[in-house]
Design a protein around this ligand. Structure first.
Ligand SMILES: Cc1cc2nc3c(=O)[nH]c(=O)nc-3n(C[C@H](O)[C@H](O)[C@H](O)COP(=O)(O)OP(=O)(O)OC[C@H]3O[C@@H](n4cnc5c(N)ncnc54)[C@H](O)[C@@H]3O)c2cc1C
Ligand SMILES: *[C@@H]1O[C@H](CO)[C@@H](O)[C@H](O)[C@H]1NC(C)=O
Ligand SMILES: *[C@@H]1O[C@H](CO)[C@@H](O)[C@H](O)[C@H]1NC(C)=O
Ligand SMILES: *[C@@H]1O[C@H](CO)[C@@H](O)[C@H](O)[C@H]1NC(C)=O
Ligand SMILES: *[C@@H]1O[C@H](CO)[C@@H](O)[C@H](O)[C@H]1NC(C)=O
Length: 525
């Protein structure tokens, strides 16, 4: 950026008195077009931070004049790991699904940013607070804070220009409700996908809800509003959904409830702890009963908790008309992206929009993959995206990228998956090959310096086989009061990897000795 005293004064004034900004300081857009490139990142969760760090890691001669801004609507970094101080009752959405007893569902060394282990002494499956602090530490270590505008919500974003050139016009609202418009060359979306509850509606539920007959009030609540299990003391509860949220709610609520059922259409992704009775999917409600698909029913239910997951939405791009919402669809009109609520398409490798309205490196998404082990996957995606933002020539022409996408979708179909249903789920541990693939492509195209060693450290691939026994083993170590002792002296990534293996093997041996068999925990990260 050229030195512009007027801009400097304005930005100083702006940060002091945002509301009182003199009009002369507010060019409608293009305010910083003299920077050689301008990039807006939406969100300062795991994904947004990884992207910011990768951009700053580009050679200084590449990015010296770039103007990089992260807009984060909340007060701090961390995304879903930052608690909502006053979560509202439904239907208003809380800022995060985080609940007080949330622990990670995978061992923390597996979800770290590469080269940045958790501090010594961190439990293997820690409470959410550790993850939030980890993100703060990451921001500090890499000098990310100055680039992040907190309490700034991106309301809408639309492309102004042609398929070859133009800019994003972005409307941002600050804490005081004041709005500003700004132009950016590139837009990177790291806004998360756990913010729009997927709410399933069952036949007869309205009648059932209204027919409480003077007993405790009946309710049906999605996990995004779930907070305190002691609320369900002496209640009869049905939890719907065998994914991470359903299993966790069932395990916690079972400590308080009179009776609890876990209703799943397919085998759950693990076993809940506590006295939980398994049920198949819900068929419908009568005025008194919850009826399951096997014909069984339960009476006296007070609460139904839905662990039915989230819809993939990008409100600020829908607002600008860049993304259209078509539930269950597999069709796109070419000019805009479509979300069918599980899959956003067409995207190049789950990252770059292949809409024909703008250049292929104009709009990127970080963090869409599910079952991906977030921080490492965010990092690989961010390195890929920043290199390609720096040099759009690294991408083949759009038509070729579209045909590569069609090929990879066809490959999934061959393996028995519907790409428009699994969406961004990295089935069969494919997250590792996906991450390696992104980095390998860059190296082959000389878009990234360095030897072609795999991006994914061998220990990440090797320890994943112990994920189920690790979780049970850690619980047992904590019960025996041995956890601290096992954590003693664990600092480097290699030591963390070794600890994971030891816990896994220790537990497996014990289970074999006691002839205990557990269903294979599928990966539910
Ligand atoms: C209950 C729960 C438990 C989980 N447990 C694990 C786990 O144990 N291990 C694991 O690896 N993963 C877990 N996950 C997955 C988790 O989503 C990822 O780990 C990761 O934290 C997601 O980071 P993100 O940055 O992609 O999104 P988010 O954490 O959702 O961050 C997005 C950020 O963007 C901001 N934002 C959104 N829209 C706007 C806007 N318009 N303007 C400005 N800012 C905006 C949000 O405020 C937020 O800070 C869990 C998810 C949930 C819901
Ligand atoms: C953001 O808003 C919170 C209140 O929600 C406030 O405490 C905080 O100081 C604000 N941060 C900034 C950087 O404006
Ligand atoms: C729950 O039920 C038990 C046994 O019926 C009773 O002793 C206890 O007081 C109840 N707790 C609450 C909070 O209602
Ligand atoms: C979309 O779905 C229809 C109907 O199932 C199918 O015929 C068509 O081939 C699908 N198209 C794509 C791109 O998957
Ligand atoms: C992931 O990899 C591990 C180790 O190879 C394997 O045991 C497990 O079955 C795989 N999970 C899936 C869903 O393929």
């Amino acid at each position: 950026m050229k030195f512009e005293p007027r801009l400097l004064v304005c930005s100083l004034l702006g940060s002091l008195f945002f509301r009182l900004l003199p009009l002369g300081c507010l060019p409608p857009h293009g305010s910083q077009r003299d920077a050689s490139k301008s990039i807006a990142i939406v969100g300062a969760g795991s994904a947004g931070l990884a992207m910011l760090k990768s951009l700053l890691d580009l050679p200084i001669e590449t990015r010296a004049d770039w103007d990089i801004v992260v807009y984060e609507q909340r007060r701090d970094v961390g995304g879903i790991w930052l608690p909502d101080p006053s979560p509202p009752p439904p239907p208003e959405l809380p800022e995060t699904p985080l609940y007080p007893l949330l622990h990670t569902n995978i061992p923390i060394p597996m979800m770290t940013y590469p080269g940045f282990p958790f501090p010594p002494g961190t439990p293997l499956f820690p409470l959410h607070e550790y993850i939030q602090q980890y993100h703060r530490d990451y921001a500090t270590l890499h000098g990310l804070w100055p680039y992040i505008k907190f309490n700034h919500t991106v309301l809408s974003s639309s492309w102004v220009g042609t398929p070859q050139a133009g800019h994003w016009e972005i409307v941002i609202e600050d804490h005081n409700g004041d709005r500003a418009k700004r132009a950016f060359d590139h837009l990177v979306v790291g806004s998360g996908h756990n913010h729009e509850p997927h709410i399933v509606v069952f036949a007869g539920q309205e009648t059932w809800l209204e027919n409480a007959k003077g007993g405790p009030e009946r309710e049906i609540l999605h996990s995004i509003w779930y907070r305190d299990p002691s609320r369900y003391v002496n209640r009869t509860v049905v939890v719907v959904g065998g994914g991470a949220s359903g299993l966790d709610m069932a395990s916690q609520v079972s400590q308080y409830s009179r009776k609890i059922y876990l209703s799943t259409r397919s085998p759950p992704e693990g076993a809940p702890t506590g006295p939980v009775e398994m049920k198949p999917g819900i068929s419908h409600f009568t005025s008194d009963d919850v009826v399951f698909t096997d014909g069984s029913m339960v009476r006296d239910v007070d609460t139904v908790l839905l662990g039915t997951g989230y819809d993939l939405r990008v409100p600020f791009l829908e607002e600008g008309g860049e993304v259209i919402v078509k539930p269950r669809s597999n069709e796109t009109d070419g000019r805009r992206l479509t979300t069918n609520l599980r899959y956003l398409f067409p995207l190049h490798r789950h990252i770059f929009s292949l809409s024909e309205s703008y250049p292929t490196n104009a709009l990127a998404f970080i963090g869409l993959p599910i079952l991906a082990l977030s921080c490492p996957s965010d990092t690989a995606q961010s390195i890929y995206a920043s290199s390609i933002i720096a040099n759009g020539g690294l991408l083949a022409p759009r038509t070729e990228l579209l045909s590569q996408l069609a090929d990879s979708e066809e490959e999934l179909r061959r393996r028995g998956y519907d790409p428009y249903y699994i969406g961004h789920r990295m089935v069969e541990n494919s997250t590792f090959d996906y991450q390696d693939g992104l980095i390998e492509t860059l190296r082959l195209k000389k878009g990234l310096p360095g030897e072609n060693t795999p991006f994914v450290e061998p220990w990440r691939r090797e320890t994943i086989i112990y994920i189920g026994s690790m979780k049970r083993g850690w619980r047992r170590l904590e019960g025996l009061g041995l956890a601290e002792e096992w954590l003693d002296g664990i600092e480097s990534e290699e030591e963390w990897a070794d600890l994971m293996t030891r816990v896994g093997v220790w537990q497996s041996n014990w289970e074999t000795e006691h002839q205990l068999v557990f269903p294979d925990d599928m990966l539910i990260y």
